[in-house]
Design a protein around this ligand. Structure first.
Ligand SMILES: [Zn+2]
Length: 434
């Protein structure tokens, strides 16, 4: 068999699972092939073999991985990529207690976004995508939601859909993010506006998100939007129960949404509904960290309990109930300014007590399932898209362990090497054995 690109002598973590994602026992089991090779042709994986039975000849490039870890590229199923302005000042205010723990400045970002030109927004998004790619992300979902008018939302969606980058961008229309201030007291009018915008939004996106949360929209409001969106062929996502239980988890499962994201306050009934459904539960540990939700505060020399110490329990209930659980960044300027999926699995382990196997599946095949793409990508299996990361370490556990530096050595997108961060970083050897 001929390959355009052959990676040999690798420690291959396949993350193989059905298109419905890894849950239950499959979530807890890591498939690692030592001394293996991965062959690619025409952008797809053609063969994965152990070195002994490798009968693949490379007609193009051969990379000797020198025993290092090779995994699927990360799929990041939740981001607010296009935005203007900065909210860097919020961190110190939150740290010192000047800003309430859960306060967000979405209106500030909406103002900064509308003040930015098309060119500025696209330029910033492309730079962010460069950073994501260098850290191993090969597919990214990107939502609107910072436009407080119909025109601005459609501008953001059109610009997102028009992005051309090695990272595949999946655009999502999130008209129902928060109630714009000018609609205070006129909620129905705003819901109608979102519904009226759906048809035009559908020209640029196949995905629609609604925020079912006490701080955003009620289940009944979300149902109206979701029903209209489904009628236009949209696939649904739900920001669910982030600041309180709005029955968002159950709504997402019952509406057949691809994903229910956040889920901090998901009810027991919501957890059960997700476990009994195909809807993927998307965890966003970067928000938990950055919003100091599991960190005690200080007031007058005394500790103030953190707002969400229960997060590991919510996560474990989802996993134990058999839900398909994913991890993503929620990259945005307010509640998670990090676009690194490496950091998200590292935080998932430390904050949510995810095992190594859980974290890897959640950031690859299960995140692909959250976008309806798991039959096409998210694992290293013959026939899948050849989206691959070669790491500077030789052990899946080492990527979770060594936080704070970029551990990616090279990133392959559809069978082509598109980023080589190792050129500027020293190559680590040994991984967990060093
Ligand atoms: Zn979000």
């Amino acid at each position: 068999m001929l390959a355009d690109l052959l990676i040999r002598n690798a420690t291959v973590l396949t993350c193989a699972a059905p298109a419905s994602g890894a849950r239950g026992e499959a979530l807890a089991r890591l498939e690692v092939l030592h001394g293996a090779s991965v062959a690619m042709s025409d952008g797809r994986i053609t063969a994965i073999e152990t070195e002994d039975d490798a009968a693949v000849v490379s007609s193009g490039e051969t990379i000797d991985a020198e025993g290092r870890l090779v995994t699927p590229g990360f799929v990041d199923a939740h981001s607010h990529l296009l935005h203007g302005g900065s909210r860097a000042h919020e961190l110190e205010a939150r740290v010192t207690g000047a800003l309430p723990a859960l306060a967000t400045g979405i209106a500030h970002t909406a103002a900064g976004t509308s003040a930015a030109s098309d060119e500025q927004l696209v330029e910033r998004a492309l730079r962010d995508l460069d950073v994501m790619l260098l850290h191993g992300t090969t597919t990214l979902e990107a939502k609107t939601g910072y436009g407080f008018t119909r025109e601005e939302e459609l501008r953001l969606l059109r610009l997102t859909a028009g992005l051309r980058h090695a990272v595949d961008v999946v655009p999502t229309y999130l008209g129902a993010h928060v109630l714009p201030p000018q609609y205070a007291g006129r909620r129905d009018a705003f819901v109608e506006l979102v519904i009226d915008t759906l048809a035009e939004a559908r020209e640029h996106a196949e995905h629609c998100d609604v925020a079912c949360d006490p701080g955003s929209f009620t289940r009944a409001e979300c149902e109206r939007i979701a029903e209209a969106a489904a009628g236009l062929g949209f696939q649904l996502h739900v920001h669910a129960d982030q600041t309180g239980d709005a029955d968002g988890a159950r709504f997402a499962a019952q509406a057949g949404a691809l994903s229910a994201d956040h889920l901090d306050y998901a009810s027991d009934a919501g957890v059960r509904a997700l476990a009994d459904s195909a809807t993927v539960a998307v965890l966003l540990p970067g928000v938990t960290l950055h919003m100091l939700e599991m960190t005690p505060g200080l007031r007058d020399g005394s500790l103030v309990p953190p707002p969400k110490p229960f997060m590991p329990l919510v996560v474990r209930r989802l996993i134990d109930a058999g839900a398909c659980v994913a991890v993503s960044c929620d990259y945005n300027p307010g509640s998670c300014p990090s676009p690194s999926m490496q950091l998200m699995i590292q935080l998932g382990a430390r904050l949510f007590r995810l095992s190594t196997a859980e974290a890897w599946h959640m950031a690859t095949i299960n995140a692909a399932a959250a976008l309806g793409l798991a039959a096409d990508r998210g694992s290293l299996e013959p026939g899948k898209r050849a989206d691959i990361v070669i790491w500077r370490v030789d052990d899946p556990a080492a990527v979770l362990d060594r936080f704070g530096v970029n551990l990616a050595a090279a990133v392959v997108k559809e069978g082509r090497v598109v980023a080589r961060p190792e050129k500027t970083l020293p190559i680590m050897t040994g991984g967990a054995h060093a």
